[in-house]
Design a binder for this molecule. Structure first.
Ligand SMILES: [Zn+2]
Length: 311
């Protein structure tokens, strides 16, 4: 559909104040966290999933009615697509063993494989695909980063390098669709989850993980919560994520906290990026610690939600 030039040039996503809540469309919005860090790193560098650019984000608004939090003003969908296609993140590869440990733990949440077909959205370097395949699933990936998709294809997987809506329009379906730490990055999560709904066969399941802005830790840390950052556009809580899933047709079946397995080295780097005053002490600690130490990390501020496409 072609939009009139006048409407295109007004770029509503760049208006200083949002006029309605993204989720419930209510008008009672408040500024929850002022912009921080000036203009963040531009382009692909800001979207590395291991990015330590925590101190940067645009204003974050919250809805008094439904509890949805989101960045505003927002980059255009086109700018985001470009950035995601260009992402390269060697540090992610360095954390490979711990990613595998995290995904093996997560895979158990999906129940017996029974040769079910699976689409992993935001498959990145294909590590979850690999774990799902060894567990008996028939997985394919969707990944926009050309660099990451290349890694996944080297492991022998079919990886679709197109947006979710485009894949959904082709008409195929899967028994299971997974989105690990992906939904908070979408320019339009409603549209993307509606496409995911089309891609799940009736009776099939979707599984998502994302940061939980309604968690105790997030509420206690407020503006110091380390997940407030440029690359996270939408901040869901259990209630708001369930609202959106049910709006597009899913029925939520389960929600729990999500545990990442990370190295001690990675953890300390994350913490010192978030809490600068502690950085010198943490750096000393980091040097004195075997880098390969792995820790199950769960502060209750990451959630895993499961939902079914009703028959
Ligand atoms: Zn709302």
């Amino acid at each position: 559909m072609t939009e009139p030039a006048a409407r295109r040039s007004s770029e509503p996503h760049l208006a200083p104040v949002p006029d309605a809540c993204y989720l419930c469309r209510g008008g009672r919005l408040t500024l929850r966290h002022a912009a921080r860090g000036g203009a963040g790193p531009d382009g692909a560098a800001a979207y590395n999933c291991t990015s330590f650019g925590h101190r940067h984000h645009p204003p974050i608004w919250g809805c008094e009615d439904c509890g949805m939090l989101f960045q505003w003003p927002m980059r255009s969908a086109q700018a985001l697509l470009q950035a995601y296609q260009d992402v390269e993140d060697p540090l992610y590869v360095a954390e490979k063993d711990n990613r595998y440990r995290t995904f093996r733990r997560v895979l158990k949440e999906l129940g017996p494989a029974d040769s079910r077909s699976l689409l992993d959205v935001g498959a990145y370097c294909g590590y979850f695909l690999d774990v799902a395949r060894e567990g008996g699933f028939r997985p394919e990936g969707l990944e926009l980063s050309r660099w990451a998709a290349g890694h996944a294809r080297q492991l022998g997987f079919t990886v679709h390098g197109v947006p979710l809506q485009e894949l959904a329009s082709r008409g195929g379906t899967y028994d299971v669709v997974t989105l690990w730490d992906v939904v908070e990055h979408f320019a339009d999560p409603r549209e993307e989850l509606a496409a995911a709904f089309q891609l799940v066969r009736p009776g099939g399941r979707v599984y998502l993980s994302t940061i939980d802005v309604g968690s105790l830790v997030a509420r206690m840390l407020g503006g110091q919560w380390p997940w407030l950052m440029d690359m996270h556009l939408f901040y869901f809580a259990r209630r708001t994520l369930a609202m959106l899933l049910e709006e597009v047709g899913f029925r939520v079946t389960d929600v729990r906290t999500y545990t990442h397995i990370i190295s001690a080295d990675y953890l300390l780097r994350k913490v010192s990026a978030s809490f600068r005053p502690a950085a010198p002490v943490l750096e000393l600690l980091r040097r004195g610690m075997p880098g390969e130490w792995s820790i199950p990390f769960n502060l209750g501020d990451n959630m895993l939600m499961a939902a079914e496409r009703p028959l």
